[in-house]
Design a protein around this ligand. Structure first.
Ligand code: ADP
Ligand code: MG
Length: 660
């Protein structure tokens, strides 16, 4: 029955069926799994004498008068009187013709709606009506409210789902009995019934808990299984420590590692010494120094006789890493290369990788695609890993099963990381190198805009500072006309406030090569002011850029703003971040002022998670963060429980992955 098409199971119109289909609801099961988005508690009815103005009242009363008429402006008006022991109240509906066929004078109904004061009297305004019976659906109970789309009302959905709810018991309950018992969880069928038509508030809570648990549990089980299969695929290359090389490398750096960097490095080295493929994510705020940790890990792999692939999301970033790391590696006799589109002699590099003449290669993800084959790949490093899709892991596996070291500056609260990176061990670099100057962050209101421009201009002319200007959108085809398009902004700044300065433009519709060219020009200081969409976000390092201006800043998540801000403050000079809101709402301003108060990416991520939810922050699809129907990423208790249970459940495969 569950798989039966709704066209068979429901008595309804083609139009309704196609509306459902557009929501991917085609079978009985699909409809049963279309859960309410909210509930209204309409169990308590009040006496008519006790009704209150302007709030929802549920009344159980008799319809003692009813008639319909056309009003002068063409509306279809139905009016009546409702009475109970305590008194009576006039009622009015507009354009609800079906009521005339449904309502009978003298019968008892539940009415639910607002009491309005109009023209000298109180009127019950367009209440929902339902006949009194044992199976109340729309009033007189905890009423489910569904996401409505044009033509699909909550009322319609309630009726149809109710007609199928008995089949909820047929949904196979695959959760092991011992978990249900240990956590006192509802049976699945009972939970589905109660999520739609709760018997009581407690039953609703338990139903939500059961369904939320399932969502989290199965996500984690599949992550743990993925992990297990990666780690069992082959025995990995066992890395031996080369303390001597590490000392020499560290000696050349000109700084000492922070405690957090050391800790992460030790965790990585321990993993790689075990002969089981490492799966580790190093999470650290922008500028926390993830690159050196990766480089130190890499040199041990090379010393032990294997190769390293260092993947980055853009060519600019590849060049940046390469120019920094190559001299350091050269001194240790490590042969490094860069492999990107613009570099000639690619096939020669391919050959050298194949025969093992190259120890470490830096490049975009093309590194692990097509023609590149390694002699012996021991470690794959994935920088800014949130920019890569999940497929990349599969492609990596075709090179044997190297150790995997991912790095990300997207700060994700710990509980969220459990779900998103459920198959990875996590190291945290929760400390910035000493001596960093705090970036001065200011919200600039319209009245201060001109003086901000003047000040920035003088910084550029007098100190040779460089500026980023971030605009949220590329053109105005999007209805958000108040947001300045990047091209318009570019032209405006060039002709107006920053006239005479060298201004560059960067946006997502430019080709990779064009973008790289502009970035390089900025890096070489051929450009003073770079006007850009959010494509600038990823790890670029221009030490001389000290000013960040963000237009329409209230439109971005705090985490993203923090990432933008991380583009400045990379050198010795004092850096500034100016937030220009395009709209002033109290909530928006509160959010932005959080950026003034803290420069801790994790705190900001937590704040964002509370204020806006995960989808908004990380962009659901792109970041691989799943959509949750019932569960909440903020429910850390249930996330922990589901994690523990998933680890127990996967049992034999458990290899000491961290618990929380
Ligand atoms: P991210 O974590 O954002 O990738 P990077 O690895 O690019 O950060 O490091 C940012 C800057 O900080 C680089 O210029 C790097 O050389 C420097 N750096 C890294 N570690 C330290 C340290 N322990 N002390 C001082 N500077 C450091
Ligand atoms: Mg980086």
């Amino acid at each position: 029955m569950l798989d039966m098409k709704l066209s068979k199971a429901l008595k309804t119109t083609k139009k309704h069926l196609s509306l459902l289909a557009s929501l991917n609801i085609n079978t009985v099961r699909d409809l049963l799994e279309y859960y309410p988005r909210a509930y209204t508690d309409e169990r308590e009815s009040v006496r008519i004498a006790d009704m209150k103005l302007d709030v929802n009242n549920v009344v159980c009363g008799r319809l003692t008068a009813f008639h319909s008429r056309k009003s002068r402006n063409g509306m279809y008006v139905s009016e009546g009187i409702i009475s109970d022991d305590s008194g009576s109240v006039p009622v009015i509906w507009f354009n609800q013709r079906f009521l005339a066929g449904m309502l009978r004078v003298g019968k008892k109904y539940y009415f639910s709606g607002k009491l309005k004061y109009d023209k000298g009297r109180s009127v019950f305004a367009s209440p929902k009506v339902e006949e009194v019976s044992a199976n109340m659906l729309h009033t007189g109970r905890i009423v489910p409210v569904y996401h409505e789309t044009e033509g699909l009302t909550s009322k319609w959905l309630r009726d149809k789902i109710f007609s199928l709810i008995k089949f909820a018991n047929e949904i196979p309950d695959e959760l092991p009995e011992w978990i249900k018992q240990e956590l006192k969880l509802f049976d699945l069928g009972f939970a589905v019934k109660n999520i739609h038509f709760p018997e009581s508030p407690d039953a609703l809570k338990s139903a939500q808990r059961r369904l939320a648990f399932d969502e989290l549990f199965y996500l984690q089980v599949s992550a743990l299984k993925r992990r297990a299969s990666w780690r069992q695929a082959s025995s990995a290359f066992q890395v031996k420590l080369d303390n001597d090389a590490m000392k020499r490398f560290a000696g050349e750096l000109g700084f000492v590692l922070t405690q957090a960097q050391k800790r992460s490095l030790v965790e990585v080295l321990n993993d790689m010494s075990r002969g089981v493929p490492m799966l580790r994510l190093v999470q650290g705020d922008v500028g926390s120094g993830k690159t050196v940790v990766a480089a130190l890990a890499a040199l041990n792999v090379v010393s032990s006789g294997a190769q390293v692939a260092f993947m980055v999301p853009t060519e600019v970033l590849a060049k940046q890493h390469y120019s920094k790391l190559k001299p350091l590696f050269d001194r240790l006799g490590i042969r490094s290369e860069i492999l990107i589109g613009g570099v000639g002699g690619k096939s020669k590099i391919h050959d050298r990788i194949k025969v093992g003449d190259i120890d470490l290669v830096i490049g975009t993800h093309a590194l692990i695609q097509d023609k590149v084959s390694f002699k012996k790949l021991g470690l794959a490093i994935v920088d800014e890993q949130h920019r890569f899709g999940v497929d990349q892991r599969r492609q990596l596996a075709s090179h044997g099963t190297p150790h995997l070291l991912s790095m990300t500056a997207t700060p994700i609260p710990r509980t969220l990381a459990m779900i998103v990176y459920g198959d990875l061990d996590i190291s945290l670099i929760d400390e910035l190198p000493p001596g960093r100057k705090k970036i001065v962050t200011r919200i600039i209101t319209d009245d201060k805009r001109q003086s901000a421009y003047d000040w920035i201009r003088s910084q550029v002319s007098n100190n040779g500072d460089q500026v980023y200007v971030i605009c949220p959108l590329i053109d105005e085809s999007d209805a958000l006309t108040e947001v300045k398009s990047v091209i318009k902004e570019f032209e405006y700044l060039r002709e107006g406030p920053f006239k005479g300065l060298s201004i560059g433009l960067l946006h997502g519709r430019m080709s990779g090569a064009e973008k790289d060219e502009v970035m390089m020009a900025f890096k070489n200081h051929d450009i003073d002011v770079l006007v850009s969409t959010s494509v600038i976000e990823v790890g670029i390092d221009v030490a001389n850029a000290t000013i960040m201006m963000i237009e329409g800043s209230e439109r971005f998540g705090l985490s993203q703003l923090h990432q933008f801000r991380g583009r400045v403050g990379r050198g010795e000079k004092q850096s500034y971040c100016f937030l220009f809101p395009s709209k002033y709402t109290p909530e928006g301003m509160t959010r932005l002022s959080a950026l003034q108060k803290t420069d801790n990416g994790f705190e900001l991520a937590e704040a964002d998670l509370k204020l806006r939810g995960p989808g908004e922050i990380y962009g659901t699809r792109q970041s691989g963060i799943p959509d949750l129907k019932v569960a909440s990423f903020a429910d850390s208790e249930l996330i922990k429980l589901s994690r523990d249970m998933a680890i127990k459940f996967v049992g034999g495969h458990n290899d000491g992955i961290l618990k929380i």
